[in-house]
Design a binder for this molecule. Structure first.
Ligand code: PMT
Length: 403
């Protein structure tokens, strides 16, 4: 894997958190894999780890000030940003995320973020309560909408003694994430079609049948596929996420519209990933006027929607087709049934209706099955999980084509 980032210019920005010590290992790993690394630090970060450590590990002077005459002469922040093939902010504090999200530039790291035109990877690290706070989650969501690739955080015991999400991803995980994307691309030259979000099946002009899908899993897959070099088309049901800048997004409402949008495009794509939670049934009759509350009860008659995934897999020359399975029980049984019955190349099964993961959550875990194997992808941020699933798809597709 090391060869993939050979000669890549990685600009590592370290902000003030206890996880800063892990970034020393990150520099060592990236250099071991052939990257050239330069380090910048916020003032606060220098309280946790000495710039000298990073200087020794990277082989370059470490920049700590936005306006430092000697450094601006040597390689100022504009030149550093121009030099970088990738900007990696690790650890990124809640404060740093907020600054980047809002476009502040009052220290070297936030100024670099604003200046950078290269891919940006952020590995957040903070106390679990700070991570869970709506403001932080909104900042994360907005930054992802701006094209930032989030790595982690992981769950576990924290330096503050609490347990939960907020631990910075391990150095090797960050190295892997940057390395995978820094490569010319494991999906370079490939086209990927992805469905995401729920569908809405109208009952009357003001009511519909739907489900709890937020689109986060599908949108994260679109970002990850694009980061791996693919040209991505995202067919999205109604969600409140910002369409990824790195994909062409087609907005639909109903299962029938999603079916049409996908079937029109499936033949021209190499990979199809069905992450949408498509309504299996729709009302037979859609009232033209709002139904009035006159009777004590009412019966809705439903009819089956077309199965988008099955119809793509049935095409003469289908793309590499990956289905999802959302299950509340007997996950493996139902996933394997879908794999065989719908003739899929792969199925990614997740639990829904549990405390963690599934619908709406930032987190998820997947049990991935293909005809000759399986792999568990443990609970982590959907953004990270998406990268792991894309890597698995690229690997399986490659194995299938060379078998
Ligand atoms: O959107 P999030 O909040 O991030 O949540 C993510 C998720 C839980 C929605 C996602 O990870 C997921 O599991 N998506 C599939 C949900 C689903 O509808 O599962 P299913 O077991 O009912 O359907 C199986 C597969 O057939 C799915 O790939 C589905 O997209 C596809 N399908 C289903 C019905 C239909 N008419 N057409 C389809 O293509």
């Amino acid at each position: 894997m090391g060869a993939l980032i050979k000669n890549q210019h990685i600009l590592l920005a370290v902000t003030g958190g206890i996880a800063a010590y892990k970034s020393a290992e990150l520099v060592r790993l990236m250099r071991k894999h052939g990257a050239e690394v330069r380090v910048v630090m916020t003032e606060a970060a220098t309280g946790f780890i000495s710039p000298l450590t990073f200087q020794a590990l990277s082989g370059h002077a470490v920049h700590t000030a936005l306006l430092d005459e000697s450094q601006e002469n040597a390689m100022g922040h504009i030149n550093l940003a121009r030099w970088a093939d990738a900007l990696v902010i690790a650890p990124a504090t809640a404060n740093c995320l907020a600054k980047c999200r809002h476009g502040l530039a009052d220290d070297l790291v936030s100024a670099l973020y604003l200046t950078a035109t290269c891919p940006v990877f952020i590995a957040p690290a903070m106390n679990q309560a700070m991570w869970a706070k709506a403001a932080t989650q909104e900042n994360i969501e907005a930054l992802q909408g701006h094209g930032v690739i989030m790595i982690g955080p992981n769950a576990g015991e924290q330096a503050c003694g609490e347990t939960g999400f907020g631990r910075m991803a391990e150095a090797w995980e960050i190295c892997d994430a940057v390395l995978g994307s820094a490569e010319s691309g494991m999906l370079a030259g490939k086209t990927v079609l992805i469905t995401a979000g729920p569908t809405r099946e109208p009952i009357d002009p003001v009511r519909y049948l739907s489900n709890h899908s937020s689109g986060k899993m599908g949108y994260a897959l679109a970002e990850a596929a694009a980061a791996a070099g693919a040209s991505v088309t995202l067919v999205s049901g109604p969600v409140s996420l910002t369409p990824p800048k790195t994909a062409t997004t087609i907005q639909v409402e109903t299962a029938e519209q999603m079916h049409r949008a996908v079937l029109e495009r499936a033949r021209s794509h190499d990979i199809f990933i069905a992450a949408a939670a498509v309504a299996d049934y729709r009302p037979v009759q859609v009232e033209t006027h709002k139904i009035k509350k006159t009777a004590d009860g009412m019966t809705l008659t439903l009819e089956k929607n077309p199965d988008i995934l099955a119809d793509v897999a049935k095409l003469d020359n289908p793309p590499f087709t990956v289905g999802f399975a959302a299950e509340t029980h007997d996950l493996e049984h139902y996933a394997l049934d879908k794999l065989a019955r719908k003739n899929l190349n792969m199925v990614a099964a997740n639990w829904v209706g549990r405390d963690q993961g599934g619908f709406g959550s930032e987190l998820n875990a997947l049990e991935v099955f293909w005809p000759a194997g399986r792999q568990s992808l443990p609970m982590t941020a959907k953004t990270r999980l998406a990268g792991q699933l894309i890597a698995l798809i690229a690997e399986r597709m490659h194995d299938q084509n060379t078998a």
